[in-house]
Design a protein. Sequence first.
Length: 84
Amino acid sequence: MKTDTHPNYVDCKVHCSCGNEFTTRSTVDSLRVELCSECHPFYTGKQKLVDTGGRVDRYQRRLAKSAAAKAAAKKKPAAAPAAE
């Protein structure tokens, strides 16, 4: 068998964006994650909107702009056809 083919398996400190920290084992010294078992909706039972790259905000702005345009179109009366 070849020697030194596997990476070192060391204690790893995991840091979540919610502030939770825990230790596990991995081939890297530390990990930074967005969701963990303390804040993931599957484990907590709470609905949480995870915004990746501002996509949710961008969608909500677009939706509000569309609703405003529809409301303005309803207020504005349609142009009367030209009479001859």
